[in-house]
Design a protein around this ligand. Structure first.
Ligand SMILES: C[S@@+](CC[C@H](N)C(=O)[O-])C[C@H]1O[C@@H](n2cnc3c(N)ncnc32)[C@H](O)[C@@H]1O
Length: 246
């Protein structure tokens, strides 16, 4: 796969998990270069279909919202609202903390925490994290828009109430825990699981919305309600970009 947007392999250390972004036992992260590439491919598809920014963004298996938070920092100028949901209530506490970093109060609080830690322990890592947080704060301060958040608990294999809890979603990006989806982990059922997810989210998408599903590279799935716009493989991951047929 050739990068189309994230052409330069930048240093994303400001976003390392546990540095400014919070970490928690059991939480996973996501390659930032790939996340920004996927996001920009999605916005390109939306704009080609006549959509106008800003866009709403949803990850229904958000975990600690590592991916959503980094996208908020890197592309927050074109995001109006972030929806984040997960089946695991505990991990949503981390998602909330991470997404709060995209607010002026949240990043200020993190800077003062890191400063206090540096004052107390004198560790270089706390100083460096504080420098990263100051850079991220500068980026936030240069923005005119603010992002709204909606974080909630939902089983994406079952919970059709999400259809009433969300307004229109422009971009859905999700990194599926392939083979480990809770309530969905029976062997050989992953393809079926993706279909169920796509059916559940179908009503909250418009005819120009874009869905990017990240799975294991061997995954094969299809849905009658969607057309495939792009598919690419990077390492062990496969990214499928779809648009609903309405
Ligand atoms: C690979 S992690 C996602 C990490 C996330 N992309 C990030 O950047 O922090 C997958 C998440 O899917 C969640 N999950 C598993 N089964 C689910 C289900 N049935 N409905 C919603 N979320 C589910 C898990 O709790 C886990 O947090």
């Amino acid at each position: 796969m050739n990068y189309k947007f994230a052409v330069e392999d930048k240093n994303y250390e400001d976003f390392s998990s546990g540095r400014v972004l919070y970490n928690q036992h059991g939480a996973t992260s996501f390659p930032i270069r790939l996340a920004t590439e996927i996001f920009q491919r999605c916005t390109e598809a939306l704009i080609n279909n006549g959509a106008h920014k800003p866009f709403t963004l949803f990850d229904p298996c958000c975990g600690g919202a590592y991916m959503l938070t980094t996208l908020g920092f890197l592309h927050g100028d074109v995001i109006s609202k972030i929806y984040a949901s997960d089946i695991n209530e505990k991990i949503l506490q981390l998602a909330e903390k991470n997404l709060s970093l995209l607010t002026k109060e949240g990043i200020e609080e993190r800077i003062s925490q890191l400063k206090n830690m540096f004052d107390e322990y004198g560790k270089l890592s706390h100083y460096e994290a504080q420098q990263s947080a100051l850079k991220l704060q500068k980026e936030l301060n240069s923005r005119v828009n603010t992002i709204e958040f909606n974080i909630f608990n939902a089983d994406i294999t079952k919970d059709i109430t999400i259809q009433n809890r969300l307004e229109k979603v422009d971009i859905l990006i999700t990194d599926l825990p392939y083979g480990q989806l809770v309530n969905w982990s029976e062997e050989g059922e992953d393809e079926e699981a993706v279909k169920v997810l796509l059916n559940i989210v179908y009503p909250i998408l418009s005819n120009i919305s874009v869905v990017a599903i990240v799975t294991n590279k061997k995954s094969k799935f299809s849905s009658h309600n969607y057309r495939r716009v792009q598919k690419f493989i990077l390492g062990k991951r496969q990214v499928t970009i779809l648009q609903p047929i309405k």
